[in-house]
Design a protein around this ligand. Structure first.
Ligand SMILES: Nc1ncnc2c1ncn2[C@@H]1O[C@H](COP(=O)(O)OP(=O)(O)O)[C@@H](O)[C@H]1O
Ligand SMILES: [Mg+2]
Length: 320
């Protein structure tokens, strides 16, 4: 049985027993007022679940605001979250509301929480404890009643043990922890998700049974995100209405071994591989891709053009 949930412009497909059980926990957690920590490998659906939580909560009519703590340098994360007063630094010509304020009475989704700088960890803890914070350059505090939904690809407890993440903040945001299983541990979801993504991309296409077998036998290290990208990529190359196993374009067939490719094609080959991977990892988001590669957005775009990397950004569109 395949269930579909629609909320906030997102459609979640749930077929496996494990995900059905998880969604029961999600709904229960959503009703409570406490912070929630979502753990799971990249691409398992943490963001989609964060949206589901907001949508099922009493805060649903208020904003859902999200920020990846890993996508920006720490100074920018701070000003994104806190906003600033006019004149707080050169170039601050007007007061700017940060995400703490924008998420007031709503939910703030902090992705990659483990990357949060220690100073900001302290600031976040204060917001949670007191409901108050300072905009950059402010002498007066501003109120922010927010629910934190945090996510991490890696077990946050390890960062606590390594002294990188504050224990008290961990206890605070991890009051409820939900772990999303990798796709390979819930194979029943594979077919339902694949059919869903294929229908989204091109309703004329179908998977032949050998294609479904091929999808089942793959281990999906990039989880649902990789499945989605694989289905979209394969559907674009489809030679007819029925997709066979041969038509499934798994990423690893071309990208598994960047070293070998680099040997074959030199430094440029490696660069291409890195760009394609980074694009996949960021879901096609060029700004984030450029940041993760440490190059400017302009230079990323130039490289994409010059290598003729056909990046179908519309395929990676983030849910609204
Ligand atoms: N159960 C699901 N049903 C439909 N799409 C899903 C599901 N889980 C994940 N996705 C899709 O897979 C991609 C990755 O999900 P995301 O929530 O961003 O993962 P994470 O935050 O764990 O990296 C997104 O495009 C998302 O919409
Ligand atoms: Mg994510």
């Amino acid at each position: 049985m395949v269930e579909k949930y629609q909320f906030l412009g997102v459609e979640a497909i749930i077929a496996s027993l494990r995900m059905r059980e998880l969604f029961q926990q999600v709904r229960k957690a959503a009703q409570s007022s406490s912070s929630i920590l979502l753990l799971g490998e990249s691409g398992t659906g943490k963001e989609i679940i964060a949206r589901a939580i907001h949508h099922d909560s009493v805060r649903k009519m208020k904003p859902f605001v999200d920020l990846s703590c890993a996508a920006l340098p720490k100074e920018l994360v701070e000003s994104e979250l806190s906003g600033h007063e006019r004149g707080a630094f050169s170039g601050a010509n007007a007061t700017r509301h940060g995400l703490f304020e924008l998420a007031h009475e709503g939910s703030l989704f902090l992705d990659d929480i483990g990357a949060l700088d220690p100073k900001l960890q302290a600031k976040l803890l204060r917001v949670l404890d007191t409901g108050m914070f300072f905009r950059l350059g402010a002498v007066k505090q501003t109120r922010a009643d927010i629910r934190i939904i945090a996510a991490s690809d890696r077990p946050l407890i390890q960062s606590v043990r390594n002294g990188i993440f504050r224990q008290d903040l961990y206890e605070r945001i991890g009051q409820i922890t939900l772990t999303i299983p990798p796709l390979r541990e819930r194979a029943e979801d594979i077919e339902a998700l694949a059919n869903h993504f294929l229908a989204q991309q091109n309703p004329e296409l179908r998977f032949a049974s050998d294609a479904i077998m091929a999808l089942y036998s793959y281990h999906w290290p990039g989880n649902v995100r990789e499945l989605r990208n694989t289905v979209f990529r394969s559907s674009l190359a489809a030679k007819g209405p029925l997709l066979h196993a041969d038509d499934i374009l798994f990423r690893l067939r071309t990208l598994q071994s960047p070293e070998n490719q680099a040997e074959a094609r030199g430094v440029e080959g490696l660069e291409q591989t890195m760009i394609r991977r980074a694009l996949e990892d960021s879901g096609g988001h060029r700004q984030r891709t450029a940041e993760s590669l440490g190059i400017s957005r302009t230079s990323l775009s130039r490289k994409i053009r010059s290598y003729g990397l056909s990046v179908k950004t519309e395929l990676h569109r983030r849910p609204a």
